[in-house]
Write a protein that binds this ligand. Sequence first.
Ligand SMILES: Nc1ncnc2c1ncn2[C@@H]1O[C@H](COP(=O)(O)OP(=O)(O)OP(=O)(O)O)[C@@H](O)[C@H]1O
Length: 678
Amino acid sequence: MPRPCLLLVTRSHEVYELFCRQLHDMFSDAIELLDAAELGVRVEADLALCSYREALREHGLPEERTIVARRTVDLTKVTNLVQLPPGTRCLVVNNSYDTALETVASLENLGLDLRLYPYDPGAPMSDGIEVALVAATGRAYVPPTVDRVVDIGLRPIDYTTLLEIAFRLDIPFRNSQLYSSTYIRQIVQLSLHLSESLRVERMLNRQMDAIFQTVHEGLVALAEDGRVVQANRAAHRILGLDPGTESLVGRRLWDVVPSFPELTDIRSEENIYAFHESFLVISRTDVSEGDIGSVLAFQDVTRLQKLEQDFRRKVQSKGLLPRYSTQHIVAHSPSMVKVLEVVEKIARTDRTVLILGESGTGKELIAHTIHQLSARREGPFLPVNFAGLPATLAESELFGYEEGAFTGARRGGKPGLFELAHNGTLFLDEIGDAPFSIQALLLRVLQERQVMRIGGDRMIPVDVRIVAATNRDLKQLIREGKFREDLYYRLFVLPVYIPPLRERREDIPLLVEHFLIRYGGRRIRVADAVMCRLQHYDWPGNVRELESVVQYMVTVCEASEIGEEDLPPQFREHVADDVDDEDDMVDALRTSGDLDQFTAVLEALSRASEIGMKSVGRSFVASFIQGYPVHLSESQVRHRMEVLRNLGLIRTGTRRQGSALTEKGVKVLEVLRRGHTG
Ligand SMILES: Nc1ncnc2c1ncn2[C@@H]1O[C@H](COP(=O)(O)OP(=O)(O)OP(=O)(O)O)[C@@H](O)[C@H]1O
């Protein structure tokens, strides 16, 4: 019995081969298959099967004996498609636009969440398309602007077409079972694959959720309309909401928390915003992922501050930062014991303190002790030293600035010391040297307890205790118009006066001991003769000078006991025990020149050592003298200094580092001062 003939009209050999395979699987050899590409369309056949609709018209095929194959998608390739993110814009590429349209229809039948655009080489291209879906054979038609190509395979004949062929050619449907089981196997595999991806996705989701929920930062994902898509537990906690009963999800953030800063005010870099009684550091990231328009991340400033403080404490306990506490203060003399008693009382209040005392007497140490003994001890202690600090720098240090406030302003701006010292203590050292313009700003903060960053437009409330210190005579500075009287009265609330070391010599042996342990360990001791010299020295640089003297001696001493040879240079010149010696010196000076001029030079050197300068050059002396009623040129200064050097009242370093007063010089200066006052 002759077999029925089926003419296959396809556009490519690959499709022809696919059809042959499918028809063979279904009908075995019950049908004779003829290739139109080889034999032409006029060949004798019982039925024609076209892979595309236009074939009817192109080849003038008789409709009653032609079937246009309905085609489906290659299930083995569907897994490639489910991996595309939902909503992906895909170009469905074919060399025929109609076929591309049909492919779109059959892909849409699968119910995938993709946005599909039919395309043939002549068609215009829509923007923003990242993926092309195409059979491996059609790659050449993909426009070059699309980077990613996904193989969707060739489209096989669908089951209903196969049934129609069987019906039209009147042949038994022998392998239908086999065929459908292959089909079912493909489906099962696909669903297995899908459920595996689903399992992985669920696990990833759970992991992401765990991370999202455990971070300490509040995270809120917002839709374009301000509705909350996701919010973690931290966000609820920070905003004071119960995530169980007051969940933000699905509601407009500002409906639930009206006081939350407006979205338009929140920038991408972190910024501080007032929120209820506290402050939040908030940043915003714009995304367009699904229905999320932006993500807000925020933290409570107090938490950040606590972290910072814990860190500081840790660093301090490792000895990386100087750490003061009461036990480090040596106070044996009645005057220092009294100071500490006052300090303890003062620390319990929260009021402004002004510490007065010469340079190096321990003002910063006392300021820190006040902080440590106060209720603010858990908060920061931040020092700022006004000596030599230019006004502009002082202003940006104290008040901070907003991004772009001036050229060179750091990105994201910078908080000032007042903000950083929130809940703690700000130590204003050498307040007498604060530039006049800064004094006005300080006064305002003290009155209003708020600061505004440079270039900023809002006031930031700060809770800071001020401890100020100076070695200058503020009253005198007020008379000279260099210090604001109103600021003086704001600061002069609780004054603490620290006497100079020469007025509390009882503390010297204990301080020496204290610094010996700090710099030399316990093993080294000081010869009695040395201790005697130290106790009789005048300490123009106070405790700081004593500290460096001990450091010096510990460094140069090679024995187990520090001897006189280990004393630093200021002790070297042998001072005659004779008390009249100083008067002789004054006489010697009187015969060598003008006593006022010598006094001015000695004063300059004394002042230099008071402010911690170990030695100074002629130009310093010359400029210092300008404030005196004497006039000396630099060469005259050199002359006077030579005389003083020859008399052993000043000494000059070996490599011309400058000059400093000797012990003898200090004494002679005292005599000269007495002579002048009385
Ligand atoms: N009573 C003391 N006991 C122990 N150490 C002290 C004492 N007084 C001062 N010191 C130490 O002496 C050094 C100088 O002290 P500090 O810096 O507090 O002085 P200051 O008066 O603030 O100086 P300046 O006016 O120059 O800023 C520090 O190392 C400090 O620890």
